[in-house]
Design a protein around this ligand. Structure first.
Ligand code: SAM
Length: 293
């Protein structure tokens, strides 16, 4: 058998040998091109001394690239037990550097990852299963305390989700709760697109690799209030804020126009016209009102 550059078998052969036929229910769209997985690993780098958390290693294409690009350690969290033997072969090839965790990433405590990383800084890098990608991102963006347990996220999403992460009020249709949360706590940008044909099986849409770097000091405001505000405002995104924030403001026992005046936000604006600073100002005003009652 001809081995790949890293001395391991080509991924197509790994998938055949371990009978890893992709399962749609687990969002399994595999990458077999080691040049592409290398590009993603480089985007997450430099990796010297870094513990990389990879969600959903599958047959291990990106895992292998992360190890070949010098990650001190890869902590690979996979839900599909069928993939474990293939991953163990990679662990044997890179002794002491691949820690395989069989788990559902959605129910994984950050504490476990921190313990496994030892003193190494953590970066998260993954070709995420599309069915849980947004839920995982929101969890990482809502991490407490902040700055979070990771120093960078380098993640593959469907392009449509990537656009919703990096959107500003200038991109109205894409701008929403996710963009406010991501923009408040991180600097987010799309690094490059990956065509559907790069995956096996190919998904219906283009994907994009997104980088999110946590802000050391995001504007101070209460996460729960910010979340409640964006939920109310974008829940009725075509309505003026004085209307869409009525029940939210009522829960603070004020009129929405008073909340908006206190935050310095024009009451005739719609959610999609208010930037991250505007929502932070609203959350701060809401907190002051709440404390004064
Ligand atoms: N990293 C591989 C690649 O790039 O070829 C596979 C990526 S595939 C898009 C997503 C992977 O996430 C699959 O291996 C799937 O089994 C795994 N997965 C799906 N849901 C998961 C979950 N809740 N927790 C952990 N892994 C999950």
């Amino acid at each position: 058998m001809t081995l790949a550059q890293d001395g391991l078998p080509p991924l197509r052969e790994v998938v055949a040998a371990f009978d890893l036929s992709p399962k749609k229910s687990l969002g399994q769209n595999f990458l077999f091109d080691l040049n592409l997985t290398g590009r993603i690993a480089r985007a997450a780098g430099p990796l010297d001394g870094v513990a990389v958390v990879e969600i959903g290693p599958g047959p291990g294409g990106l895992t292998r690239a992360l190890l070949a690009h010098g990650a001190k350690k890869v902590i690979a969290v996979e839900r599909d037990a069928r993939c474990l033997a293939a991953l163990q072969a990679i662990a044997a090839h890179w002794p002491g550097r691949l820690d395989i965790v069989e788990a559902d990433a959605l129910s994984l405590e950050a504490r476990l990852l921190v313990d496994k990383a030892g003193r190494a800084p953590i970066r998260i890098c993954a070709n995420l299963p599309y069915n849980v990608a947004t839920a995982l991102l929101v969890r990482w963006l809502e991490a407490e305390p902040w700055p979070p347990f990771y120093e960078r996220l380098t993640l593959m999403f469907q392009r449509e989700v990537a656009l919703r992460i990096v959107a500003t009020p200038a991109e109205r249709a894409d701008y929403g709760r996710l963009a406010v949360l991501a923009g408040w706590r991180t600097k987010a940008r799309i690094l490059f697109d990956v065509p559907a044909a790069a995956f096996t099986p190919p998904p219906k849409v283009t994907s994009s690799v997104v980088e999110l770097v946590p802000r050391a000091e995001p504007a101070a405001c209460d996460l729960r209030l910010l979340s409640g505000l964006t939920q109310a405002a974008f829940g009725q995104r075509r309505k003026m804020l004085r209307q869409s924030l009525k029940s939210f403001a009522a829960s603070l026992r004020v009129a929405s126009s008073d909340l908006l005046v206190a935050a310095g936000v024009d009451e005739t604006r719609r959610a999609e016209e208010v930037d991250v600073d505007g929502f932070v100002a609203l959350a701060r005003a809401a907190e002051k009102i709440h404390q004064s009652h």
